[in-house]
Design a protein around this ligand. Sequence first.
Ligand SMILES: C[S@@+](CC[C@H](N)C(=O)[O-])C[C@H]1O[C@@H](n2cnc3c(N)ncnc32)[C@H](O)[C@@H]1O
Length: 250
Amino acid sequence: MRGSGFGNRESTGARLESARYLAVQSMAMPDFVHAAVRAYLSGLTPPDDGLLAEVRDRSKADGVPALSPDAARLLHVVALAAAPRRIFEIGTGYGCSGIQLARALAADGLLFTVERDPRRAAVARGHFERAGLADRVNVMVGEATRLVYKVAGPFDLIFQDGGKDHYEPLLDRLVDLLRPRGILVSDNILWQGDVIPGFRDEPAHAPASATAIIRYSRRLADDPRLETVFLPIGDGVAVSVKRDTKVCPQ
Ligand SMILES: C[S@@+](CC[C@H](N)C(=O)[O-])C[C@H]1O[C@@H](n2cnc3c(N)ncnc32)[C@H](O)[C@@H]1O
């Protein structure tokens, strides 16, 4: 592992995940949007600042997933619009998305972010420190399936970027944790095209994870508590707003 003395201590599970991530990264990300359109739009988008670029490079070098630049920008803009005081994130990684989220917080706001790999959590803490955000970010180390019941809502915004098998089982709890009109952002809903039969010649991921994401997206689409838009940005992002039943009963 680059730039840390923790490499030998990384768990077998995390090493396997990193190896799988590097293998997946070596497959070209399919074009969900025409390449010329993406090039045009990315020409309008400011590049990552120095720290974000460094976090992204380090994530890539270590095989730790990080949100794509366009999806990270979307997350930041959505978060700014929500003017959040409290944000919850599942899947800290090295902190790329967390930096974008925490930068949108009010001065007295807090981001709670969950990471099961202690080594990744330690690296992310260092990045939040360098971003001047350490006082606004609480990195919680452990299993998301347990920690979602340790935090208390309401949250203004939740970002789901953890284990894909857990997306659907955790949905009810995350909706409960959101305030009315709160926003749930979910990454990887296109799973490099694996959710679309016949899109790829060879699947990039295990079929079970694609099935889990398909089930999750169906739940988002059908959930009467949520209003959701699905976007072909990055690896596919869903943005859901929790309905305020007092304002718009369903
Ligand atoms: C896609 S990466 C997060 C990337 C990060 N959001 C970013 O953009 O920089 C997912 C992370 O979730 C963590 N993770 C996966 N399953 C988890 C679980 N059940 N509980 C807690 N963390 C989990 C992984 O260790 C990994 O670091």
